[in-house]
Design a protein around this ligand. Sequence first.
Ligand SMILES: [Zn+2]
Length: 92
Amino acid sequence: MVGSEIRPCDHPKKDVRRVLEKWAARGWVLRKDGHWGRLYCPCEGRCTVIPVAGTPRNPSAHARVIDRMAARCPLPGEAPNRSLTGMPRAEA
Ligand SMILES: [Zn+2]
């Protein structure tokens, strides 16, 4: 089972919080898991799940990794060559 939903603003590091807020605004969901949480992409296939550390040794580097991994998910409305898993979810 995945953990309960958490919010980007719960993250202790500013750099990571900013990236989480950016992707949460695009429909990504954060759940409590692992060392702090996991970020789930909004598409039907849930193609991308990103582990989020609560106390990364280098917060800005960790934020960049999250940002780069998140960009792999084929978000609806972007990237015309997005994969078939990139369908928008019906729920908000
Ligand atoms: Zn995805």
